[in-house]
Structure formats: C-alpha cells, structure tokens
Design a protein around this ligand. Structure first.
Ligand SMILES: [Fe+2]
Length: 150
C-alpha cells in the first residue's frame, strides 16, 4: 500500500462513515415519529436497522484509524461530507418514510460498490470486507423497508 492509495481509501471510508451516521439519525428519527397502521412493524424495523448501523459505523471508524488518519466525529464534519440528506423537519407519513429510506439504502449500496472496487484495486482488505458487509446490509434493509409498501 503506498501513501496515496492509503489516503484515497481513508477518504472514502470517512465519507462512508459520515453518510452512515446521517442515515442512522434519520432512521432513528423515523423510529420515533412513525405512526399509522404500520407503526409497530416500522418502529421495530427502524430500531433494528439503526442499531445495526451503529455497529458498522464503529467498525468503519476503527478501520479508518488503521490508516493512521483522524476519524471524523462531529455532526458538522459529517454534514459537510455526506451526500445523504438529513430528515426533513415536517411530519412525514409512514409511506413517505418508506420511499425516502428505500432510496437512501439503494443509493448507499451503489456508492459503496464504487468504493469496494477502489479498495479491491488498492488491496485494502479490511475496507473490502467492510464494504461487502455494508452492501449486503443496505440491500437487505431496502428490501425489508419496501416490503411495507401498500
Ligand atoms: Fe426506541
């Protein structure tokens, strides 16, 4: 691993960390605010997903540290880097939440596949493993969420 490659992987991992943190807060926000006939199922599903995201976030941060660079860790930094939008302030319907999170998880999966390819080329094995796990998580999360569509 040369320094340039290492930095490129660390930058991509930092971006991933920021995106996952914004998505975690959004998922937790929807866990709190969801209502209607799908309340119980979505409340539970969102809880299990933000908890799983927290584990991946911690793993991501720790892989970043193996490159000897600082891990970002403030909402100010996360907002600057992340492409995922924060939850809107308005009260949303369960169906709006479903569409938003389905789109976010699919977008994450697409972006992570690009990062995975780069990490494979750089032979950054820890990052490769992490991206593979994250892609599986996001694909599954999107499926579970959109299965609640009417
Ligand atoms: Fe809760």
């Amino acid at each position: 691993m040369n320094t340039i490659t290492t930095n490129k992987t660390a930058v991509a991992l930092s971006k991933t960390l920021a995106e996952e943190y914004v998505l975690l807060l959004k998922t937790q926000n929807f866990h709190w605010n969801v209502d209607g006939p799908l309340f119980f199922s979505l409340h539970k599903l969102f809880e299990s997903q933000y908890k799983e995201l927290l584990e991946y976030i911690d793993d991501t941060a720790e892989v970043i540290r193996t490159f000897n660079v600082k891990t970002p860790g403030s909402f100010r930094e996360f907002q600057k880097i992340a492409l995922i939008d924060e939850a809107p302030n308005d009260m949303l319907t369960a169906h709006q939440m479903i569409e938003i999170l389905n789109k976010d998880h699919m977008a994450m999966s697409t972006r992570l596949k690009e990062h995975l390819e780069e990490a494979e080329q750089s032979e950054d094995t820890s990052a490769v493993t992490l991206y593979e796990d994250l892609i599986t998580f996001h694909d599954k999360a999107a499926w579970m969420i959109r299965s609640h569509r009417a």
